[in-house]
Write a protein that binds this ligand. Structure first.
Ligand SMILES: [Cu+2]
Length: 161
């Protein structure tokens, strides 16, 4: 039997306990509260991203209906200093997957009072999914300082009854 010093035992117990607490917190935040880590969905060319083409949904940004009243995709293009589209309307109870990219500098995309909060890097598409249960309005904003017009870079999501 190897001799382990008493203080060393205490440190081992503290370390293992801490790691367990972090794993439990991670599990609760993702499975109970639905936190998601935004992952770059796809790489794109910011110079041509706004050009309309059959295989480029950002050429005509906006809402796409997958299952009427239930499932949607929203393509949002960020640029200095606005989002296209500025307004998105969905019925209550719908699940919307946001695909957001920038055609110039780094921006942010945050839907206030929700878990949706992403970094928008030119050349990458950021993706997050959210379900809007109740009819109400949400503001979405750019939270990454992007120049003199940054404070006016915002839009609205209207969840209709
Ligand atoms: Cu911005």
């Amino acid at each position: 039997m190897i001799h382990v010093d008493r203080s060393e035992k205490i440190y081992i117990i503290i370390s293992v306990t801490l790691i367990s607490v972090f794993f439990i917190a991670l599990g609760i935040s993702s499975f109970v509260y639905g936190f998601q880590v935004p992952v770059p969905e796809q790489r794109v060319d910011p110079r041509t991203i706004a050009t309309p083409a059959p295989d480029n949904p950002f050429g005509e940004p906006g809402l796409r209906e997958l299952v009427p009243g239930k499932k949607y995709e929203a393509y949002v293009l960020a640029q200095i200093w606005s989002f296209t589209p500025r307004e998105i309307r969905v019925p209550a109870g719908s699940t919307v997957t946001f695909y957001v990219t920038s055609k110039d500098v780094q921006h942010g995309f945050r839907i206030n009072e929700t878990n949706v909060n992403m970094q928008i890097v030119p050349g990458e598409v950021s993706k997050l999914t959210i379900t809007f249960d109740e009819p109400r309005e949400y503001d979405f904003i750019c939270h990454e300082y992007c120049g003199v017009g940054h404070q006016s870079m915002a839009g609205k999501i209207i969840v209709e009854p």
